[in-house]
Ligand binder design. Sequence first.
Ligand SMILES: Nc1ncnc2c1ncn2[C@@H]1O[C@H](COP(=O)(O)OP(=O)(O)OP(=O)(O)O)[C@@H](O)[C@H]1O
Ligand SMILES: CC(=O)N[C@H]1[C@@H]2OC[C@@H](O2)[C@@H](O)[C@@H]1O[C@H](C)C(=O)O
Length: 374
Amino acid sequence: MRRIGTGDKIRALGAMSGTSLDGVDAAIIETDGETVFGFGESAYRPYSETEREVLRAALGRWDGAEVEAAAEVVETTHAEILSRFDDIDLIGFHGQTFAHDPRGRGTHQAGSGAILAEALGLPVVWDFRSADVRFGGEGAPLAPFYHFALARFIEARAPLAFLNLGGVGNLTFADPGFARPETEGALLAFDTGPANAPVNDLLQTRLGRALDEDGALAARGEVNDAVVARFLQHPHFFRMAPKSLDRDAFAALAGEVATLSDADAAATLTACAAASVMRGMELCPAPPERLLVTGGGRRNPVMMAMIAAGCDCPVLPVEEAGLDGDMLEAQAFAYLAVRVARGLPTSAPGTTGVRAAVGGGTLSRPGELAVALG
Ligand SMILES: Nc1ncnc2c1ncn2[C@@H]1O[C@H](COP(=O)(O)OP(=O)(O)OP(=O)(O)O)[C@@H](O)[C@H]1O
Ligand SMILES: CC(=O)N[C@H]1[C@@H]2OC[C@@H](O2)[C@@H](O)[C@@H]1O[C@H](C)C(=O)O
């Protein structure tokens, strides 16, 4: 691959498989790793029920047969979706997080970028989170550097916030007045709390459904305020930002709603997700002019209304700013891949708590694996 410089329009393809285990998102952006020039095609490849079972069996595990089987699903499904795109310079492959314990065992995203580089015949940047953890960071969230680039892309004139409502929620406060994302004060980011994961798990366990479509069940229920108040006593809400979460850090919530009706339980878990966003907004260093929401939760009108009711600024899906809320994280890993290829940082003390700005990620080129094995 040629050396990349400022102003070079690299066509990077990013792929993300998030904590809700619904499928793989893939999207192209054009960038030099600093400025976003534009967007390209995107695609979504849902996991089959069988694949999802294999992935679920690996949740919370670091190694062993379950993780190996899951890594194979991650690699084959990604190879399938990524091979659909043409004229790509570089791939950013996030992989699938099964376990995340930055202050303990570390963080692990399953799936090998080296194998994908071989399969696709393209350079692949992967393992984005390990270096950050090694340097004292949380290893997450990593989208904030991309949020900063987007704030400039949409020509935001005042500090704003991005909220991702995936399985877990994460919030980024971005001040586009700064020239670079790693400068102190440009970004503050952290995981807010659980977002869709507890509601999804409830629907799966009780009703055999993957999600509460449009919040229909939650809309019929009543929020149990005592459960929400107890939820907010979790140590996560007393930690300073940056901070991150494992998908199942709040697994105990399922027990808290066990005696509630399906509708009341869904309403209460949705309210917990919204309450954690409100706590998150209190951590912003200044009031953001708007909260732009990405991720699947922005399609849940009950969750969105609860969040809007607790915020002092407009709460809008990112589409209101001309962005694509389904593909934003896949785009983020395309953007970060170009930064890694250029040796630019991908996280900073304000985004992950890392000791100093660091570039995380391994670049694998096709042919390397053959050399390594031979
Ligand atoms: N119409 C809808 N109504 C309610 N919830 C929805 C709807 N569409 C999507 N969701 C929720 O959004 C989830 C998917 O969100 P998304 O793809 O952003 O998560 P993810 O990327 O896997 O997670 P993370 O960002 O934590 O890694 C679904 O599992 C579901 O809970
Ligand atoms: C360890 C890990 O995979 N974390 C994910 C997860 O899903 C949402 C939230 O928790 C966020 O911290 C992160 O993903 C996004 C893409 C990020 O790194 O910005």
